[in-house]
Each structure stands twice: as structure tokens, then as C-alpha cells.
Design a protein around this ligand. Structure first.
Ligand SMILES: [Zn+2]
Length: 405
């Protein structure tokens, strides 16, 4: 993040936290409890401020550039996400979505990263979770069964994340090529799977990439029997590709449909930026966004987040096996379409000139601007106008100070 000096602020800035220097804006306990709607609105606004603040932090960590077709570009597009314009000769547009009661920006690039962008990941994950829920419901409705199957393998502190993932990829290839595995699953009425890749980091054992899968069968199966069989084959596949062999108790875990439904209903929420503090998992493990959140006070977390972002760049978060979406009645939608979908049905509020947009970025006020658009639309106020006027005044003040130096 850039070190922007904070100018002395006069209303309408008074009381508005400037940027992410210092503590993140956290809603005081009990504040905004006037009614459920008001509370939800304040909670949404608070989370949005945190998401934008965390995106700033991710930008600060992922600064690397590469040459592409003779031009220098950022390795991680989160650097430009909701900052750089798409069409240069047009301004940034402010929209208001009447249905969702939310403001959003137009003519700005998006990074579509589910791994390192707290803003894009929230929208994409929300859409994917809806698909998962719908797919499972459709399958159960037709009399089918689903199981939650988790694959892990042994790892230790100091293991390289990239090598671990590469090894696991090879082990899965070996595993799914086993004729006896394929035949056995077919006998049981197996129809396909959804694979969710997740990773956590713990002080004790380092990186822990693991895979939660939903297996779909056309009839009920014996979970214990399947677990014992898969564990043996998974152990064999790991050993054959040179990975540390998982033990037969922890390598594969098979749980019934109740667990599958529970997992799906919460999928992505752990990663979603909803926590105002660093909350460790049961075994002290941290999610990548936990690392990002903690990186403002811990340089090691910064290094870890960068490692994670570099290794996971371009990887898919959720993979449905071939033909499963059709079978479960879910249509194919890209991440880009998911984000555009949430921006549809919006009305244009106003266009911002480059100078004002530059100042909004400089003072890290994107989330605040969206909130003002929402308040103005809902309450008939002119807060955005006053805010922009204030920004312009500060800018003029800075020019005068600089001209005297
Ligand atoms: Zn993004």
C-alpha cells in the first residue's frame, strides 16, 4: 500500500476513517441495532470496507511485474481490480442496483481472482455456492445420494506448497486411472464428483492443501466400506508418485449426505472476509485471507500470502466432473458472467472524472463512495456531492502547500 499522508480533514470527512493505515474500521458492539434492516445494512457496509481494505493489502504484497508482448504488466491482476479503467476516454461510472439496494462501479477492470481478491472472490463464491446447493437439491429430489469425501496426505513444516500441490495432482491422476477404482465406483452407482480445493497454513505443520469432494451415487452406499477401500488406493497412489504416504485412518474420510449438505451450505464462507479479527481454526490453522488479514502486523504472513497467491494463480477452485452439471440441471456460467450478473439491472447515477477518481483511490475511499451512493438513493440526500466537493478542496489545498515548498 502506498504511504499517503493524511491531510487534516474538515467535514464532510470528519469521523470517516481514512484508508487502512492503523486499525481497520470495526463497528462498535451494539451499534446499529435499531432494526434488523438497519443492522444488516451497517454490517454489509462494514464488511465491504474490510474487503476493500484487504484488497489494498493484497495489492501491497503482490507488486511483481512481468513483460508480456513487450509491455510490463502485473503478475496478479488484483493490482488493477476496481481501480484501472476499461475504456480510457470514459470516466468511472457509479451505478445503483435497485433490486439489491447496492451501488457498484462501472468501466473498471476486474481481476476475477477467487484466491487473492477479497472483492471478486466474494461475488464468485456466492454464485458458486448457489449452484452447489441447487445441484445437490436437484439430485436428492430425483432420489440420488451424495457423500462428502475428503482427501489429504501427510505434510510437514517446511514442505514447499507448489511441490505439495504438484505431487497431489500426480497422485490424483494415478488414483483416477486405476481401473479397479473406476470399476468399483461404477458398481456402486457412482455418477460424478465436485472437487473443492482448499488450503490452510498452521504454525506446526505448515501448508495443508486438501480436497473436499462431493461424490454423487444413484443409490445409498456403505460409507465405512467405501472409506476403507479408497484410503488403501489413495495411499498406494501417493506412494507411487513419491508423496509422503497418508495413513489409512486420515488419508480419506467419507461422510453421509447430511455432512455433504452442511459442507455445501457453508462452502466458501470460511474464506469469505466476514471476520473482524484473526480467528484461528480448531487446530490453529489459518486460511489465506486470515494470513492476508494478519499481514499488516506480521511480515511472515506477508511472505506466506505471496507464496500462496503465486502457487494458486490460475488454478480452479471448484471442478465438476465431465457431464455432472448437465446431470444435476445446472447451466454453465463463467466467473465473468457471475460478476456481470450481479451488476445487471443497475441504474446509472453519475460519471466521475479522472481527477476525482484519482483522489478517491489516493485516500482509499472506494467503499465509502459506494456507501454514499446508496445513502443518497435511499434517503434523497446529497452526501456524495458534498464528499466530492470536499475531496476537491483538499486537492486544491495540497497544490497550494506544494507550490509554497
Ligand atoms: Zn478482483
Amino acid at each position: 500500500m502506498e504511504n499517503t499522508p493524511s491531510p487534516s480533514l474538515k467535514p464532510p470527512f470528519a469521523g470517516v476513517p481514512l484508508g487502512i493505515h492503523g486499525k481497520l474500521h470495526v463497528m462498535p458492539a451494539g451499534h446499529g441495532m435499531q432494526g434488523n434492516g438497519t443492522f444488516q445494512k451497517i454490517e454489509y457496509a462494514t464488511r465491504r470496507i474490510e474487503r476493500f481494505a484487504l484488497q489494498e493489502m493484497a495489492r501491497g504484497i503482490l507488486r511483481e511485474m512481468v513483460e508480456k508482448k513487450g509491455k510490463m504488466t502485473y503478475v496478479h491482476q488484483v493490482r488493477n481490480c476496481l481501480r484501472a479503467k476499461i475504456t480510457k476516454h470514459k470516466g468511472v461510472t457509479l451505478f445503483y442496483n435497485v433490486e439489491r439496494k447496492q451501488a457498484n462501479f462501472g468501466n473498471l477492470q476486474r481481476c476475477y481472482s477467487v484466491w487473492n481478491c477479497p472483492i471478486c472472490s466474494m461475488t464468485i463464491t456466492e454464485g458458486r455456492r448457489t449452484e452447489l446447493k441447487q445441484g445437490l437439491a436437484n439430485w436428492i429430489h430425483t432420489g440420488g445420494h451424495a457423500y462428502l469425501v475428503t482427501f489429504t496426505n501427510s505434510h510437514h513444516k517446511g514442505d514447499d506448497l507448489g511441490q505439495l500441490l504438484e505431487g497431489q495432482k500426480k497422485a490424483f491422476k494415478k488414483f483416477w486411472e486405476k481401473t479397479k477404482v473406476v470399476k468399483m465406483l461404477k458398481c456402486l452407482g457412482y455418477k460424478g464428483r465436485i472437487v473443492a480445493t482448499e488450503v490452510t497454513w498452521g504454525e506446526q505443520n505448515g501448508w495443508h492443501p486438501h480436497y473436499h469432494m462431493i461424490f454423487f451415487f444413484d443409490h445409498e452406499i456403505d460409507t465405512q466400506g467405501l472409506q476403507s477401500y479408497l484410503a488403501l488406493e489413495w495411499q498406494d497412489a501417493c506412494t507411487k508418485v513419491g508423496l509422503k504416504a497418508p495413513d489409512l485412518i486420515h488419508g480419506v474420510d467419507v461422510r453421509n449426505g447430511t455432512y455433504a449438505a452442511k459442507y455445501i451450505s457453508k462452502w466458501g464462507l470460511e474464506e469469505e472476509v466476514t471476520k473482524g479479527h484473526l480467528k484461528k481454526g480448531l487446530n490453529g490453522s489459518l486460511t489465506p485471507f486470515d494470513l492476508l488479514r494478519g499481514s499488516c502486523t506480521n511480515n511472515h504472513y506477508k511472505t506466506l500470502f505471496k507464496q500462496f497467491a503465486d502457487v494458486f494463480k490460475g488454478k480452479q477452485q471448484l471442478v465438476w466432473s465431465k457431464g455432472l452439471k448437465e446431470l444435476l440441471g445446472i447451466k454453465q456460467v463463467t466467473d465473468e458472467e457471475l460478476i456481470e450478473e450481479t451488476e445487471k439491472a443497475s441504474i446509472e447515477i453519475r460519471e466521475l472524472g479522472d481527477l476525482i477518481w484519482g483522489l478517491i483511490l489516493k485516500y482509499e475511499k472506494r467503499a465509502h463512495v459506494l456507501q454514499l451512493v446508496e445513502q443518497d438513493y435511499q434517503n434523497g440526500t446529497n452526501l456524495l456531492h458534498d464528499f466530492i466537493y470536499g475531496l476537491a478542496q483538499i486537492h486544491v489545498g495540497e497544490i497550494i502547500v506544494n507550490s509554497h515548498n
